[in-house]
Design a protein around this ligand. Structure first.
Ligand code: GTP
Ligand code: MG
Length: 337
């Protein structure tokens, strides 16, 4: 998945378009002795061109989103509540409608006597009003597209040869781990949802290529219909970007979340992944006694069937093991290609 060019796109909402249109129309001055009707036709033509070009820009952006891959398409749905296809159909309809209104306005103006200035002005205003209302009626939708594009512009470049997503509940140490495995500098904090979007770091392994490690927001043990947009980014990264997931557990009796909650989220992550490999890491072992560690690791292993790798992202304990494991997966992938 490539970070699409759509991160550079800009679309105007209704009030921005209104202001832009007003400024463009102000610049159109009548020529010496120009027929008033002709002048107003020129103005309405210009207004139509501005609105049509704005609608086309929006359409182009939507088509880019449509072709940007499953991650961006599904993220669009999370932000707007509709598919990008539904938006495309709607904008195409509005482009057609704008053309018809413009044609109507020109015909009306043509049929008027040049001397009936007031009538000409009223017809011009009716035309502009109808053209603008096409845009105004979809303003809520455009605002959502703008929010989506803003979010996309913050997304990291995740192109690489092997994509690893760090997942788990909030506060298990995902960002700390990323900061230790790569040169990325994610925000690390002692409150849940410190990470609100995807953050990428890289491990370059010559001559095999680039491992991209994506730090994701925490996922809670809640039903899918209660997920917020922040959690969705993690879910979509797991679903559409990951070649491999490193699932982190962390636990002390005073931790925010129980082991059972972490096991429940693990199960839902596994379902999202299908056949993709998953590595379980038990983090923050520096906080535990040997007996505690054995007890918790034993419970995880018995419930998941996978032996966790004990680490401390904070002290760096056992991080080499994770690094080497990821490198071996990259090598394996390259061998198979
Ligand atoms: N003792 C100890 N603390 C750790 C370790 N790893 C992370 N922490 C601390 O745990 C807290 C959360 O760490 P983060 O790396 O921000 O956790 P996260 O999983 O990214 O959290 P969210 O972004 O909220 O999902 C921070 O205060 C870290 O310093 C560890 O191995 N040992
Ligand atoms: Mg984080």
């Amino acid at each position: 998945m490539e970070k699409p060019v759509l991160s550079k796109l800009y679309v105007r909402n209704y009030s921005e378009l209104y202001e832009y249109l007003n400024n463009s129309l102000k610049k159109i001055k009548p020529l010496e002795g120009e027929d008033f009707k002709l002048f107003m036709k020129k103005k309405i033509t210009s207004a139509y061109q501005v609105i049509e070009s704005e609608l086309n820009k929006l359409l182009e952006a939507l088509v880019l989103i449509q072709n940007a891959g499953d991650f961006y398409r599904e993220l669009f749905k999370v932000y707007t509540g509709s598919t990008v296809e539904e938006y495309i159909v709607d904008v195409k309809k509005r482009i057609k409608l704008a053309r018809n209104i413009y044609k109507w306005a020109i015909q009306e103006l043509s049929s008027l006597d040049s001397k009936r200035k007031r009538k000409i002005v009223l017809t011009f205003r009716a035309g502009i009003g109808r053209l603008l209302s096409i845009y105004k009626r979809m303003d809520k939708r455009v605002v959502l597209v703008k929010e989506y594009l803003k979010e996309v512009s913050k997304m990291p470049d995740t192109r690489g040869d092997y994509i690893v997503v760090l997942a788990g509940l909030p506060q298990v140490g995902k960002s700390t781990l990323l900061s230790k495995l790569t040169s990325a500098k994610p925000e690390i904090g002692s409150y849940p949802f410190t990470t609100k979007t995807l953050i990428a770091g890289h491990l370059v392994v010559e001559p095999y290529g680039r491992i991209v490690i994506i730090d994701s927001p925490g996922i809670l043990d809640t039903p899918i219909e209660e997920k917020n947009i922040i959690e969705y980014k993690a879910i979509l990264a797991l679903k559409h970007l990951a070649d491999h997931v490193v699932y982190l557990f962390a636990y002390t009796p005073s931790f925010y979340y129980t082991l059972q909650e972490q096991l429940n989220v693990y199960e839902s992550v596994k379902r999202l992944l299908g056949d993709k490999p998953i590595t379980i890491v038990f983090n923050k072992v520096d906080l535990l006694s040997k007996t505690e560690l054995e007890e918790y690791m034993g419970e995880i292993e018995s419930k998941t069937g996978i032996k966790p790798i004990p680490v401390s992202a904070l002290t760096g304990y056992n991080l080499d093991e994770i690094r080497q494991l990821l490198v071996s997966y990259l090598k394996e992938k390259k061998k198979l290609q």
